[in-house]
Design a protein around this ligand. Structure first.
Ligand code: ADP
Ligand code: MG
Ligand code: MG
Length: 905
């Protein structure tokens, strides 16, 4: 049998999106449920792929099939394509599986030529309408097929003509003027292309079909697919459909509508229409469209028919619909329906209300809301209606979600002063309480300033730069790596594209998109409505994995609990060392050669660490807390080598010029420089850190273990439950774990004895090196739990340094499809995922019921969470602000795995 390339609408249905595209499948479905849809047919997406596979040629036989289908349409309409009486006109419309609004091409009014124009004028007696349709055909087909921009027709010829005759809009033009414009358009085609505009209707059709296929690969469409993660190889279908006319008089019109408000989710009809207009006039801004509710007054009968159809469609598809319709002489026709795009708040409200209305089940409601929908709900966002007029200054990486407005400041101290309502130190500008910290990049010295700011903006650094990681941890919006910014801290200004922004000037930052705007844009506060709470409760009732949060301080811990966290999956202890009063103690502890001095410093640190842990345990109120022992290389706590070199050189110069009193200072600095130099590493990421550090310098982790367990004991004595899980990082062989864990276990037992209370502690390890995953069976003999550190595990499995990769080649890799996606955002299932699966299976084989979780950033990524469900992890852990997203994603993963199980049977 011949390959079937063409489906009449009555041969298709809504499930055939792959083959017929979304538009084609829904046109078929609407026809079949008896709605008023002009007849037509769909050329399959496979035909588009065939077109590209055979070197961009319309497959032989395609036009024969199209002619045969047209016979059917002609007889349904009682008209003939190209006929000298009762001519039939059609539209040729693109339509891929996923909607790509405005990305591909559509041509209306095909079939018009000298003969049919005449016939149609005779038939309708409406010459203006016929030439209005003709000029649109010439413009649209030439635009898509002959590379003549629509704007040349619309903005130049048409606009000039309107001006000449004094017409404000197209409505002011009469029949003869429309005819003249059509002639001008035809002449323009002749002049620019050297050939006549095609008059044969089937030639017009073939040209239009090919243009739609080509539009699949225009630049706009390619970029759109990349951002929306739509595959390139699925192709577009082409829909050919009898025309109905919204431009045939004042009892005609065209419009678009949503069955619910797409920005709030409220149940009301929402849309716009224009009388005596065609196609995209409503959205193109040629005239100001009228709210759909006006139609009720203007034409109650049509409005009632429309509402009836809208309700039918919403019930039929059981989702909010986005509709396109046309009115021809008071009769309604449906031209498109699809699930409407909606904001986060609308998605949640619609899903929950549809359950209440009995339209969908809870399971479905959960599947309809995405992580990015919730993300919008949990952070302030820029009022979308203000973006049109906003002036974008720069675009960086969307490093931490949410939007903020504030005055620019250039250093952490100024930010901190501003928070307390004080003037900037140089007093030159008045700074209010809301500031945005702008820096080349941030470092640990800036943390207090970041905390005092509404948002952080950096000119350099990736999504894992210090600024990004810290901002995400604190839930502060951050745009990182806005490379067009040139920051001048000394003169307290930054410039971008020749524009200068001074300290105190106001900017708006959108950490969800990476955009930076000049001035203050209105923000919409997050609305954690009743619907949100309801949806989250449903999510919790379906999910099987637990959700924990990564939190390093009591504030974050409380936030996490508020968002529904069931424990802490990662508490990083080193952040606590960076605080201003502690850093000198840490530095001295690292630098001293004297064991007594070191112990003294450790004792002092222990007191403050114990307070930290008491705060966190208290905030977590009986939920388990995984505390990771010190992980980064020690030189991160010392001044940088480069800075010390600069400083010593400067002092030397000044001594040389006679400032002899500086010699003592030089000596001290030189000593420090020598020590820092001796600790310098070629590859700190692979160097002296994690468990390796604990083996060389055991005092530090012994101190931390004491701080953790004494804090636990203190709370237990106050009758609070505490479940500390002490985690040893960066283990690659069981022997490392054995040495350190034995030592710490001995200490732990000592503490339990001293305190005289039972402490339900555990020791476990992070699985973040390939060797650890591959020898998980051995490791599990010691470790009582595993936590996958997928950031490091991804780095070491690929052999990429994340910052270097994201800054240099990763994007190219994704564009060239060497990698299907950034493995630091979504777990690489084939490689990293395989290691995780092995580790879980072999770990649990060695230790029954071994608790396994994930604490890398992937723990907040819905697709990665789905994988975690597949390998039976006990929990995922993510930043506090992603906890609701993880709860939802875990429910979705559980539902999917349940479906998979029932299907298997
Ligand atoms: P897009 O995918 O960009 O929305 P469409 O194929 O939906 O493009 O076409 C845009 C508009 O053109 C439709 O909303 C409708 O108003 C008009 N249109 C398309 N086909 C017809 C038709 N057969 N009769 C009347 N109007 C049509
Ligand atoms: Mg459309
Ligand atoms: Mg790590």
């Amino acid at each position: 049998m011949d390959l079937k390339r063409v489906y009449l609408f009555r041969e298709g249905n809504a499930t055939m999106r792959d083959l017929l595209g979304g538009k084609g499948a829904n046109l078929a479905e609407m026809s079949n449920i008896g709605l008023p849809v002009p007849p037509g047919f769909t050329i399959t997406t496979e035909t588009c792929n065939e077109y590209y596979a055979t070197g961009k040629k319309l497959p032989a036989g395609l036009m024969d099939s199209a002619r045969a289908a047209m016979k059917d349409v002609e007889s349904q309409m009682g008209r003939s394509f190209g006929g000298a009486t009762k001519p039939l006109l059609v539209s040729v419309r693109s339509g891929a599986k996923f909607s790509m609004p405005g990305m591909m091409d559509t041509v209306l009014n095909l079939g018009l030529n000298a003969t049919t124009v005449k016939a149609l004028i005779e038939e309708t007696g409406n010459k203006r309408f016929v030439y209005d349709s003709y000029r649109r055909l010439i413009m649209m087909l030439s635009d898509v097929a002959f590379d003549l921009s629509k704007h040349e027709f619309d903005n130049e010829i048409f606009a000039t003509y309107k001006q000449k005759v004094g017409a404000k809009t197209d409505l002011d033009l009469n029949a003869d003027q429309m005819e003249e414009i059509s002639q001008l358009f035809l002449a323009h085609v002749r002049e620019r292309t050297g050939h006549e505009f095609p008059s044969d209707p089937f030639e017009q059709m073939a040209v239009a079909i090919e243009a739609v296929f080509k539009s699949w690969n225009n630049d706009r469409a390619i970029v759109y697919r990349r951002t929306e993660k739509i595959p390139d190889e699925i192709g577009t279908a082409v829909n050919i459909q009898a025309m109905v006319f919204g431009n045939a008089g004042d009892d005609c019109g065209t419009g678009v509508a949503f069955t619910r408000d797409p920005s709030t989710g409220e149940k009301l009809i929402y849309g716009e229409y224009l009388m005596n207009a065609q196609g995209e006039d409503v959205v193109a801004g040629v005239r100001t469209p009228v709210p759909i509710t006006e139609l009720e007054k203007q034409n109650p009968k049509v409005f009632a028919a429309f509402m009836d159809t809208a309700n039918k469609l919403e019930k039929h598809y059981r989702d909010m619909q986005d509709l396109e319709f046309t009115i021809e002489h008071d009769k309604l026709f449906m031209l498109q329906c699809r699930s409407g795009k909606r904001t986060g708040p609308a998605a949640v409200r619609i899903a929950v209300e549809m359950v209440a209305e009995g339209l969908i089940k809870k399971e479905e409601a959960l599947q309809r809301v995405t992580g990015s929908h919730l993300d919008q709900l949990l952070h302030p966002r820029i009022d979308p209606s203000s973006l049109g007029k906003a002036k974008q200054l720069a675009k960086g990486l969307a490093a931490s979600p949410g939007s903020a407005v504030g005055q620019v400041v250039f250093d952490a101290d100024t930010a901190d002063l501003a928070k307390h309502g004080k003037l900037s130190p140089n007093g030159s500008v008045a700074i209010g309480k809301k500031v945005i910290l702008v820096r080349d990049e941030t470092n640990p010295d800036d943390v207090h300033g970041m905390l005092a700011s509404q948002a952080v903006l950096t000119a350099r650094g990736g999504k894992t730069s210090h600024a990004a990681v810290v901002a995400r941890g604190f839930g502060i919006p951050c745009v990182a790596g806005a490379e067009t910014l040139s920051v001048n801290v000394h003169d307290r200004k930054f410039s971008v594209d020749g524009q200068v922004i001074k300290e105190g000037d106001v900017i708006t930052v959108d950490g969800s998109t990476g955009a930076v705007y000049l001035g203050e844009l209105p923000l919409i506060e997050p609305e954690v409505s009743g619907a949100f709470g309801e949806l989250m409760a449903w999510a919790d009732s379906y999910r099987t994995m637990k959700v924990r949060a990564n939190a390093d301080n009591p504030r974050d811990a409380r936030q996490a609990v508020e968002f529904g966290a069931e424990g802490i999956g990662l508490c990083r202890t080193e952040h606590m060392f960076f605080e201003a009063e502690r850093l000198p103690l840490v530095q001295e502890m690292i630098l001293t050669k004297d064991e007594k001095v070191r112990q003294n410093m450790l004792d002092k640190l222990q007191v403050v660490q114990q307070q930290d842990f008491e705060g966190i345990f208290e905030a977590m109120d009986g939920r388990p807390v995984t505390v990771r022992l010190i992980d980064p290389p020690l030189h991160e706590f010392l001044p940088s080598f480069e800075q010390l070199v600069r400083e010593t050189t400067e002092i030397q110069t000044r001594i040389h010029m006679g400032q002899k009193d500086l010699e003592k200072e030089l000596e001290a600095k030189m000593k420090l420089l020598g020590e820092v130099e001796s600790m310098k590493e070629q590859n700190p990421m692979l160097g002296m850190r994690g468990v390796r550090l604990s083996i060389i310098l055991p005092g530090l982790v012994i101190m931390q273990t004491r701080a953790i367990l004494q804090a636990a004991a203190a709370l237990i004595k106050k009758k609070q439950k505490v479940y500390p899980e002490i985690m040893i990082p960066l283990v690659s062989t069981v022997n490392e774990l054995r040495v350190v864990q034995n030592q710490l276990e001995a200490e732990a037992q000592k503490i339990v004895k001293e305190q005289g209370v039972e402490i339900p502690y555990m020791f476990g390890t992070m699985i973040e090196l390939p060797r650890a995953a591959l020898t998980a069976g051995e490791i599990a003999e010691y470790a009582q739990f595993f936590s996958f550190g997928t950031n490091d595990l991804t780095q070491t499995t690929f052999g990429y340094s994340r910052d270097d990769a994201e800054g240099k080649f990763l994007q190219r890799y994704v564009e060239q499809k060497i990698l299907s996606r950034n493995p630091f955002e979504t777990i690489d299932v084939a490689g990293v995922g395989r290691l995780m699966r092995i580790a879980v299976e072999e770990g649990r084989a060695a230790r029954n019921g071994l608790k396994c979780g994930i604490c890398g950033e992937h723990g907040g990524d819905p697709e990665s969470i789905d994988f975690c469900q597949q390998i039976n992890l006990d929990y995922v852990s993510c930043s506090p602000f992603r906890v609701p997203i993880a709860r939802l994603a875990a429910a979705q993963a559980a539902l999917r795995s349940k479906v998979a199980v029932t299907l298997d049977k």
